[in-house]
Design a protein around this ligand. Structure first.
Ligand SMILES: Nc1ncnc2c1ncn2[C@@H]1O[C@H](COP(=O)(O)OP(=O)(O)OP(=O)(O)O)[C@@H](O)[C@H]1O
Ligand SMILES: [Mg+2]
Length: 347
């Protein structure tokens, strides 16, 4: 009979998981399995009983459409926990979903990606939420570190690795060398702010009120950081409520208009990239000339953003494979190789 060392046996039966608790999306990676859940970070609850009616995609569909006794909301805003209780309910709901097919008494060990600008109090809140939701041990890793690992950058080497993670609520830029963060800056600007900018633009220019989900769709369909001959002609039909007459109305929005509405947010993102470059020690800086900048996060999918950043910085820029999963894949890799990546975890 073959004996497994206790630790190995433990890991076979464990439910250890890595979580990217993002403002926009929550992604869960289970040890030895890979990504097992990818849902919008939205919960719908009954107001009086606090009973969770839905979480994830089905809750997102309810955003802005619920009757009085139900709220559908995003408990994380700007990359941090805005509502502790709801976040906990959401995590618990997702963990139960993941565990549906397995009955086991071993409580999971968890690694959670958190924004680099997180305060001690906020970090405590994330850990408490996970513990309340059933975790045995909770580790945190800052998102740009996880994103760099998930993007496959050689973070363990003595070279400058630059990652720009543009999420829903935050944009984080980090220079990483020898599994440590050399410089890191985070701003509470990301895809959500782009959506809000579109909402404001349409309201100001056309007196038309649209919701954020509609704005997000416009951004994904025809949003672009750069206007060229091809996309200059693109248009999209947008439905909303006329602010003057109060009735539903349809307008046509062009790609250059959407681009105009996004310019301010994009400028903030480019600014933070510049600040990081200015603060990079020269030896690492010279590495970046060849290695360039790697982008991750859903916001990096905005068309033309990589080209614009390349133009503004003079460095090569590329979007990582599966940018929406870099953080969770990186945190998952740390979970699988905990001894090797221990330094990458937060204190
Ligand atoms: N094709 C696309 N074009 C532009 N933006 C996109 C595209 N696909 C997704 N996004 C945006 O990416 C954002 C979500 O990205 P991501 O899942 O990385 O964020 P998050 O990790 O939940 O947020 P954070 O890291 O700030 O907590 C949303 O704002 C979404 O609108
Ligand atoms: Mg993120």
């Amino acid at each position: 009979m073959k004996f497994f060392p206790a630790r190995r046996l433990f890991s076979i039966f464990s439910n250890d998981m890595a979580i990217d608790l993002g403002t926009a999306n929550t992604v869960v990676y289970a040890r030895n399995k890979g990504i097992v859940l990818n849902e919008p970070s939205v919960v719908a609850i009954k107001i009086h009983t606090k009973q969770v009616l839905a979480a994830g995609k089905s809750a997102k569909e309810m955003l802005g459409k619920t009757p009085e006794n139900i709220i559908a909301c995003r408990p994380l805003r700007d990359g941090v926990i805005a509502d502790f209780e709801l976040t906990e309910s959401m995590i618990r709901h997702f963990i139960l979903t993941v565990h549906n097919d397995r009955r086991t008494l071993i409580r999971p060990r968890m690694i959670i990606g958190v924004p680099s600008g997180i305060t001690q109090v906020e970090k405590r809140a994330v850990k408490d939420s996970a513990m309340q939701a059933g975790a045995r041990e909770v580790y945190t890793i800052i998102e740009p570190m996880a994103a760099a690992i998930g993007a496959g950058l050689p973070v363990q080497e003595p070279v400058g690795n630059m990652i720009v993670d543009i999420g829903g609520g935050t944009t984080e830029v980090a220079i990483i060398s020898l599994k440590s963060v050399v410089f890191c800056r985070s701003i509470r600007v990301g895809g959500d702010e782009m959506d809000q900018a579109i909402v404001h633009y349409v309201k100001r220019k056309y007196n038309l009120l649209i919701g954020e989900p509609t704005a997000e769709q416009i951004k994904k369909d025809i949003g672009s950081a750069l206007i060229n001959e091809v996309n200059a002609q693109e248009t999209i039909k947008v439905k909303g409520r006329d602010l003057v007459t109060g009735v539903p109305k349809t307008i046509t929005l062009s790609a250059p208009e959407v681009n105009e509405s996004l310019l301010e947010t994009i400028a903030s993102i480019i600014d933070v990239v510049r600040v990081a470059l200015e603060n990079t020690p020269p030896e690492l800086s010279s590495d970046l000339v060849d290695r360039g900048i790697v982008m991750a996060g859903g916001g990096s999918l905005l068309r033309g953003l990589d080209q614009l950043i390349a133009k503004e910085t003079g460095l090569p820029v590329r979007v990582a494979d599966n940018p929406l999963f870099c953080v969770v894949n990186g945190a998952g890799k740390v979970l699988e190789e905990m001894d090797f990546f221990r330094e990458a975890l937060m204190e």
